[in-house]
Every structure is written in structure tokens, then in C-alpha cells.
Unconditional design. Structure first.
Length: 259
């Protein structure tokens, strides 16, 4: 089973497909330009909306921590190895810090935050089964693909338990106390074999129950979209439009196709 954050009142009635659409819409617009203005405007508006999302602050910080750590690392890499232009501040071997690389590093850092944070906030409140229902009924994706992906996602928790069981079994036999690197590869191979066998059995069981049949499927729970879903998508579009408008108005818009 996968751990899902209990849904807050602000996000409980929103269809998972609408959350996915809002996140993809915002990301699609932000990747069109490499500038810090559009990403900063989008990030500022997103942080305001996070206050009304109903997600506990501690949970929000913990779940988004990888993004907060990855964004500065990516920015530092761009600052050291990005395309140099303007005044040079530091140069050594392949590293070249200049005005252009620093501006590109800032734009990259803020853009990663602006794209990644709303995706995490929206997806930590999504149950995999609800998402599968929405993708099949609202987005009209093939049921065979949706159910296969759902089954695979549900097995992630089992893989973690299998890894722990393999580790305990090896230690019980006295072969898991030394050589961590060698043990890592051995356990990974054993988990791969176990996952292939389990996947084959699961596929056979699903086929036997008619999951791969050509007839149209029925669903136990109906997935609907309403006014809240439209409001979320419109908010995502409004944030994207505001970011582009401010960026163009300030002359900072830097379309990636023009590079």
C-alpha cells in the first residue's frame, strides 16, 4: 500500500485529473522561457495559494525538502558550467562564473521550485485508486494501461517490505554483516528476480479475471469533475498567464526556441 496524506478540505473534492492538468499546464508554460522573472512571479503566487491548501506546514516542508535541496544544487552547477557572457568573476579549468551563467543559474533555481512545488503539493493528496478512476473515466485513457499502472504502483510498498525481508534473511544467515556494496548488488538482483516473478503472477491473475478483455469496463466508483476542478485549472492558467505577462512587460522573456 502507498502512503497518502489525508486530503484537506480545500483539496478533498477536486478530481485527481484536474490536479494533474493544473500542474502540467503550469509546467508547460514555465519551461517555454529561461528567465527568473516569470518563474519568480509564478512561485510567489503559488506560495500564497499553498497557505489555503490545508496541508500541514510540517508535512509540506518534509515532502518538498528534496526540491528545496535539488534546486540550489542545479543552480550551482549552471553557475559554474553554464554559458559564459558578460563580466567574468571566476574561471578555472572548465568552471567559468560570469554574469550570464549567474543569471541562468538564478532562472534555473527558481524555475525548478516553481514547477516542482505545486506538483508535490497537489500529488501528496492523491490516492492512486482515485487517480486511476479519473484517468480512465475523465481522461479516457485505456483501462488496461490504467489498471496495469495502478497495480504496479500498489506493489511499491511490497517491494520495500521485500527489501527489508531480504536484508533480515541475509543477516540471519550471517552473510549481511560485511561488504555493504556487494550486499547491495546481491539484494538488488534478488529483488529484481522476485519482482519479475510477482509481476508475471499478477499479470496472469488479472488476465484470468478479465482485466485485459476487449469489452468496455464498468467502474465501482464514478469519477466526476465539477466547479472546484474548473476553478483549480483556471487558477493554474491564471498563474501561468500572470508570469508570462510580467516577464514580457519587463523585457525578460527569453523563449527557449530562440536560443
Amino acid at each position: 500500500m502507498t502512503a497518502v496524506l489525508p486530503q484537506s478540505r480545500a483539496l478533498a473534492s477536486i478530481n485527481p485529473v484536474s490536479k494533474l492538468a493544473a500542474a502540467l499546464l503550469l509546467a508547460a508554460v514555465l519551461v517555454l522561457s529561461i528567465d527568473w522573472v516569470s518563474a519568480t512571479v509564478a512561485l510567489a503566487l503559488e506560495l500564497v495559494l499553498f497557505c489555503f491548501a490545508g496541508v500541514p506546514l510540517r508535512t509540506l516542508v518534509i515532502r518538498t525538502l528534496p526540491i528545496w535541496l535539488a534546486a540550489p544544487v542545479a543552480g550551482l552547477t549552471i553557475a559554474l558550467y553554464g554559458e559564459p557572457s558578460g563580466a567574468t568573476y571566476f574561471q578555472w579549468l572548465f568552471m567559468h562564473v560570469s554574469d550570464g551563467s549567474l543569471a541562468l543559474a538564478l532562472a534555473t533555481t527558481v524555475r525548478i521550485l516553481a514547477i516542482g512545488l505545486p506538483g508535490v503539493v497537489l500529488f501528496i493528496t492523491i490516492d492512486p485508486t482515485d487517480l486511476a478512476d479519473g484517468l480512465a473515466q475523465v481522461a479516457r485513457l485505456p483501462s488496461r494501461f490504467v489498471l496495469g499502472a495502478l497495480a504496479g504502483l500498489r506493489l511499491v510498498g511490497l517491494f520495500i517490505e521485500d527489501w527489508r525481508s531480504l536484508e533480515l534473511a541475509r543477516r540471519a544467515r550471517g552473510v549481511g554483516d560485511k561488504g555493504r556494496i556487494r550486499r547491495l548488488f546481491g539484494q538488488a538482483f534478488a529483488l529484481l528476480v522476485l519482482s519479475i516473478r510477482r509481476g508475471s503472477k499478477l499479470a496472469t491473475a488479472m488476465e484470468a479475471r478479465g482485466f485485459g478483455g476487449p469489452t468496455e469496463r464498468t467502474w465501482a466508483r464514478e469519477s466526476r469533475v465539477g466547479a472546484q476542478d474548473l476553478a483549480l485549472v483556471l487558477m493554474g492558467a491564471a498563474i501561468a498567464a500572470a508570469a508570462v505577462t510580467v516577464s514580457v512587460a519587463t523585457g525578460s522573456w527569453n523563449f527557449i526556441g530562440a536560443r
